[in-house]
Design a protein around this ligand. Structure first.
Ligand SMILES: NC(=O)c1ccc[n+]([C@@H]2O[C@H](COP(=O)([O-])OP(=O)(O)OC[C@H]3O[C@@H](n4cnc5c(N)ncnc54)[C@H](OP(=O)(O)O)[C@@H]3O)[C@@H](O)[C@H]2O)c1
Length: 393
């Protein structure tokens, strides 16, 4: 490996699957080039035990849990360590505001919006895994990126792929961006079979190990819908130029079609360590210990159109993307509530789309897009209440 440039880093959501993969790459980088990465802050929600174990290895200056109930355990795990500790959402925002050049935004859900924006606002390089913050407040988020001069690096594998083949100087020559989708664990299921699936089955993604929320989103195809909205904001691509193709092998991560008929794709084994390594080394390339792609061994790559009748969440997200205004914020909030309820076995898998659809119908009268982060979070809260009320009906 070539020597790495020294870099200070913070990981928001370090105990999640993206956070853990990021730490693995940081530790490998420090082994190859001692001192390459100095960790400034680590955060989690309530998993104080794993957070403390990471902190003991990486020696950050600041460690925070969002859930105040987890503070006592964090304090006892790290007593005498000399690290500054914090609890509550303000402590997570403080972690994001500390002077680290590079920040991994890997908190799940719209809870990641404020801390990610805190890192953006001070002009940091932000590796963005948290797609929900763009869906919740995309225009506001991107205008803050432009105002602050922050560098935004997409970590979602499809968006990272687009970032690698999107020629910004030729943006007006791009006809279409296609995101690939695995189709999830229920790709071949009938609607009747899907009505009976359990949270454990929904969390078994065919190609990736991921947190519970994104796993369920992948199973409903809402994840791909959220990603279309994410792509719209990240690349400024008109909604009608964005589409999805199901590609179960997940080797091709995106297709960017130019008006001369050329289509540029990015390929790689399905492994989040590739896009994370891309962001961690940017603008250089650093090594990632992933399975090397061998197309002869794979033999066949297949593609099919998504079925929005069996996967209505994708159609709902596409509708929100065409509508924009307040629709993406409502879609995202209602989906977070519905997925949590499904994981808690309060509703069935097929009810997820019903809750989201009803919330969109009930709240869409709110109309325009939020004009401030406070407005976005107020809309998010209202849509959550609306969706929560539907769970009990
Ligand atoms: N996993 C993937 O392969 C993948 C791929 C592309 C994009 N993403 C995106 O990356 C984000 C993270 O995904 P993940 O799979 O890593 O999720 P995850 O495994 O569920 O981890 C989420 C992280 O966020 C923390 N967290 C949860 N709620 C929080 C709150 N209210 N305030 C502060 N921190 C909170 C969790 O802490 P605790 O551990 O204490 O709960 C954990 O560190 C999601 O937006 C997802 O869509 C993930």
């Amino acid at each position: 490996m070539t020597a790495l440039r020294e870099r200070t880093v913070t990981i928001l959501g370090s105990t999640g699957t993206v956070g853990v993969n990021t730490i693995e790459l940081i530790e490998a980088g420090n082994k190859a080039t001692p001192g390459a990465f100095r960790v400034v802050a680590l955060t989690a929600n309530s998993n104080a035990r794993d957070l403390a174990a990471q902190a003991r290895r990486l020696r950050p200056a600041f460690v925070a849990v969002a859930d105040e109930a987890a503070y006592a355990q964090l304090k006892s795990e790290l007593s005498g360590s000399g690290m500054k500790l914090g609890a509550g959402i303000e402590a997570v925002n403080e972690a994001a505001s500390m002077r680290a050049e590079w920040v991994m935004a890997s908190i799940v859900g719209s809870a990641g919006l404020r801390p990610t924006l805190a890192a953006v606002s001070r002009g940091a390089t932000v590796a963005l895994a948290n797609k929900e913050c763009l869906v919740c407040a995309g225009d506001l988020f991107m205008s803050e990126v432009r105002r602050s001069g922050a560098t935004l690096l997409p970590v979602d594998s499809e968006h990272n792929a687009v970032f690698q083949v999107f020629d910004a100087k030729q943006a007006s020559s791009i006809e279409r961006i296609t995101l690939t989708a695995s189709g999830g664990p229920f790709r071949t299921f009938t609607a009747e079979q899907m009505a009976k699936v359990t949270p454990a089955e929904a969390c078994k993604h065919p190609n990736y190990t991921m947190g519970a929320k994104i796993s369920v989103d992948s199973a409903t195809l809402m994840n791909k819908g959220l990603e279309l909205i994410e792509a719209h904001y990240l690349f400024g691509t008109a909604p009608e130029r964005l589409n999805v193709v199901v590609h179960p092998q997940q080797i091709v991560h995106c297709l960017v079609a130019y008006l001369d008929g050329s289509v540029l794709a990015q390929l790689g084994s399905p492994d989040m360590r590739t896009p994370i390594a891309f962001a961690l080394g940017f603008p250089d390339r650093i090594a990632a210990p992933t399975r090397r792609l061998n197309l002869a061994e794979i033999g066949q790559l297949t593609f099919e159109a998504p079925d929005t009748e069996r996967f209505p969440c994708l159609a709902l997200a596409q509708r929100a993307l065409l509508k924009l205004g307040c629709a993406p914020t409502i879609l995202n909030a209602a989906n977070e509530v519905a997925v949590e309820a499904f994981l808690a076995r309060k509703i069935g898998f097929s009810d997820i789309s019903r809750v989201v659809e009803s919330a969109l119908e009930k709240c869409e009268s709110a109309g325009r897009a939020p004009r401030s982060i406070d407005e976005a979070l107020a809309l998010d809260a209202a849509a959550r209440s609306c969706a929560a009320a539907m769970l009990t009906n």
